[in-house]
Design a protein around this ligand. Structure first.
Ligand SMILES: *Cc1c(COP(=O)(O)O)cnc(C)c1O
Length: 395
């Protein structure tokens, strides 16, 4: 049995999305900027995809800009708000300590360019509160950017509350909704979201295509100069097949949201209950406000890397933190941000499920994870020290 439990890193494409894309490689292959009929046919397809994405988010089609993915959308949103803020002399940005690197690294660059960044603490409840956002807003705050849901530990943030506070304070609110779109119902107007990023490959669409929603009236600045595509804000011939695939996948995900969520939540909760039985373990992330498919644990006395390799050998594809941090020896900034000490953060496991996973797969995971944890602990000098009392347990 091979179980794919790394859907927060990427998802397999749905056949619905694949089939929707196929005609746009060889049958309808025009450039939407061309004036002839073949080009105009592609333009119509692009418009239809934009309408579908807008319908899923509760906005207008002209408020959607297609990008190369979630990272580009995050960069463009944050840079745009920073430029707009600086023009008014506002150079303070609020975010959280457990954002994706697409956000954190953009903010670090802006700090070097003279912006001041406040990162909200996420130790309490492994989440932020709207009150924390409210308390951090200053006269010179030009942007609040908080993720909708965390990709490593699954915490879902109080987005509508944060949106209401930002609206009242007159501060632009961007959310990196890459983990939420297609998994949680979103309504940008109702939730007072000014800008939102999403990415096709996190909800069974293609990789390399994403979208940025920007409320009309807000100035968007382009990262890529060139042609007048995407209302002059994102140059480059549109990735028509990719955009069609993204729109089809999002439409499908939104139409089946309730049924998928019920199925995935049941599997998630079974895994959390089962893995909590492992001694000296701890669940990471908000236990209540949590992504339907996220299971994240720390196990004391083991190395996450060896855990992943042994699990892979037993047919379970999982992750320790995010795909982006693996390959480096540093523990995940997210686990450190919620207050896990280095040793504990190293023993982390993230299982991320989707509706293609099955009960049998969950049972397989519940069988092999405790086996592998025990095996690794029996080989670990740290675990021996914990057992003999030379070291004290943290979990
Ligand atoms: C995956 C992810 C991104 C990056 O999206 P890409 O399309 O891979 O660039 C950004 N933010 C979060 C929360 C993610 O999970």
């Amino acid at each position: 049995m091979q179980v794919y439990a790394d859907n927060a890193a990427t998802t397999k494409m749905s056949s619905h999305a694949i089939n929707a894309m196929l005609p746009y490689f060889d049958k309808v292959y025009g450039n939407p900027s061309s004036l002839h009929s073949i080009g105009q046919e592609a333009k119509e397809v692009l418009d239809a995809a934009r309408e579908k994405v807008a319908a899923c988010l509760g906005c207008e089609p002209r408020e959607i800009y297609f990008t190369s993915g979630g990272s580009e959308a995050d960069n463009q949103a944050i840079r745009s708000a920073a430029i707009n803020g600086a023009r008014k002399g506002k150079k303070h940005i609020i975010s959280t300590a457990f954002e994706h690197h697409a956000v954190l690294h953009t903010l670090q660059k802006l700090e070097k360019e003279g912006f001041e960044v406040t990162l909200l603490d996420v130790r309490e409840g492994h989440n932020v509160t709207a009150q924390q956002v409210k308390d951090a807003i200053r006269e010179d705050t030009c942007l609040v950017t908080t993720m909708y849901a965390n990709n490593e530990i699954g915490s879902v943030l109080p987005i509508a509350e944060i949106g209401a506070i930002c609206k009242e304070a007159g501060v632009v609110f961007h959310t990196d909704a890459v983990q939420a779109a297609g998994h949680i119902a979103i309504d940008v107007k109702e939730q007072n979201i000014d800008m939102l990023s999403l990415s096709g490959h996190k909800f069974h669409g293609p990789k390399g295509v994403g979208a940025l929603y920007v409320r009309k009236g807000l100035m968007v600045h382009n990262l890529i100069e060139g042609g007048a595509q995407e209302r002059g804000k994102r140059a480059g011939t549109e990735n028509i097949a990719g955009i069609v695939g993204l729109a089809a996948a999002l439409e499908d995900a939104c139409a089946n949201l309730e049924a998928n969520t019920a199925k995935v939540v049941a599997m998630r909760d079974k895994l959390i209950a089962g893995l909590s039985q492992i001694p000296h373990s701890a669940l990471n992330g908000d236990p209540v406000n949590r992504l339907p498919g996220n299971v994240s644990f720390c196990f004391e006395g083991i190395e996450g890397e060896s855990l992943l390799l042994l699990l892979d050998a037993k047919g379970v594809c999982a992750s320790s933190g995010s795909a982006c941090t693996s390959g480096s020896l540093d523990p995940s900034h997210v686990l450190l941000a919620i207050g896990r000490v280095h040793d504990v953060a190293h023993g982390s496991l993230r299982l991320s499920l989707c509706h293609y996973n099955t009960e049998e797969e969950v049972d397989h995971i519940l069988k092999v994870v405790p086996e592998v944890v025990t095996l690794l602990r029996n080989m670990s000098p740290v675990w021996r020290d914990l057992q003999t009392g030379k070291r004290e347990y943290i979990l």
